[in-house]
Design a protein around this ligand. Sequence first.
Ligand code: OGA
Ligand code: MN
Length: 357
Amino acid sequence: MYGAETTTSDSERTAFRRAEKQYKLYKSQKSRKKNGIKPTDLSDVVDFRAVLDSFERGEGLPPGIVEFDCPGFDLPVFCFKDRPGFFFIPSALTIEEQCHWIQESLTTFPQPPNRTNLTAIYGPILDLFNAVRSQKVLIETENTDKLVDHDLKNSENILHSRKFLFYEGANMCGKQSCKSVAASVLLRKLRWSTLGLQFDWSKRNYDVSLPHNKIPDALSLLAKKMAVPALSSGEFHPEAAIVNYFGPSDMLGGHLDDMEVDWTKPIVSVSLGCKAIFLLGGKSRDDSPIAMFLRSGDIVLMAAEARECFHGVPRIFTDNDHADISAVLSQFSSEDDCFYADYIRSSRININIRQVN
Ligand code: OGA
Ligand code: MN
């Protein structure tokens, strides 16, 4: 559901695809020498930081944008007149809160039994971020403690008895055939992790039979508090979260999140790290999407009709001038936190929290 089509005709077929093409990062734009390549035209991208600034100065709002008055909710919330059910809460999180959730996303969230994109390849990986800190290497080993005689006669069992473990340095493995990968490389390959009810990407659905922990209480509390503007009645019960990790050239193709039962309930979506462009389309890919910046600390809610709107993230800004993460980096300036700073300097994390049933 998250793939982007690749052929030229497909990539230009719909208004949504055309917008993705307009905003995505091109290889030629990555090189320092710009080779005469035009930078992306960002003049149509809605900037809710500027919207918030002018709102707080008592100036008007841009056409099509309204403030959503939510009694008892103490942060400014904005909506698009023609996208009911979509809410933007700029700077919803303090710098300290942003750093806390970045740390959680890198340390506890990818821990088993939570699954990640790496689980299918390596099995459950324990303490990935600690392994990065201590420069460990993941090495395929034979799980000899569990090998008994009859296993040895059964090649399938031998295959299953292999497992990956972290070791100090790369020299632990004598055999040439032995697979190994540095923890730092693995962390760069982390694309998603799932909290609470586990989402199975191959089946595009929640697999309630997979072992899982409840989503962390503090995250559930945050989501409930932030969901208030999008709840007309009833409560929001967070049951699952998908954490997306984006590197400099990663994007999230246009999609719908349609595997949850009750679409009146919002998806609460938290942005952390480098700035991104979010495209909010309509109910058809032929509707021209609205482009907006998502910065670290922003939260968006998609509920009701907005649940039927195609959306995606065609661009992450990891260059110094556009990433907008200087406050986060200065919070991570101690030597102890340098691994967080190194990671987030060129990454974006999105935590989206959902009620499944
Ligand atoms: C998603 C999603 C948006 C974002 O994971 O379904 O839409 O801001 N994420 O990364
Ligand atoms: Mn989505």
